[in-house]
Design a protein. Structure first.
Length: 164
């Protein structure tokens, strides 16, 4: 079982992103999420993390399991990963931004902005973001790092997860 969760909250063509203040991905825009608590399922963990970081209480039926992001070094050593979720909230649901929280700054970002080739302020999600949004199947996005540099992402279809 992985230790972390991440969720990308979508409303129309925009995503609620968090510019983190903590050292891991400090200053980069990323989804919301965090560490699973003891005996917590990934869906329970992401619902809790979304509420803690955004104050949004999402219903479980709004949240889709999209797979996982796992981390390896160039020698194939596994370093961990996170369960990946996508939540689509209705356009009628209002969430005014920017919002300063203990975790960082929350703000809505357009898909074009997030995926722009010259955007260097987004965490390493560009390589799988569109697949995560548009493909119904969950994948293991196996991220291969050389030191801190992402060199490749291998997309492996997940047939079955034990907690789903």
């Amino acid at each position: 079982m992985l230790k972390f969760t991440i969720c990308f909250i979508k409303q129309g063509n925009h995503f609620l992103m968090l510019n983190r203040e903590s050292p891991e991905w400090m200053g980069a825009w990323n989804g919301v999420g965090g560490k699973l608590e003891e005996n917590e399922t990934p869906i329970e963990g992401i619902l809790r993390e979304v509420k803690e970081e955004t104050h949004l209480e999402l219903q479980q039926d709004l949240v889709q399991y999209k797979g996982k992001v796992t981390w390896y070094d160039v020698n194939g050593t596994f370093y961990g990963g996170m369960y990946l979720f996508l939540a689509e909230i209705p356009e009628s649901m209002r969430y005014a931004t920017p919002v300063k929280t203990a975790e960082g700054i929350l703000d809505w970002k357009s898909l074009d902005w997030l995926l722009h080739p010259q955007n260097k302020g987004v965490a390493d999600v560009k390589r799988f973001f569109e697949t995560m949004i548009h493909d119904a199947h969950p994948y293991d996005y196996r991220c291969l790092y050389d030191e801190d540099l992402l060199v490749d992402v291998e997309k492996v279809k997940i047939v079955e997860e034990p907690f789903v």
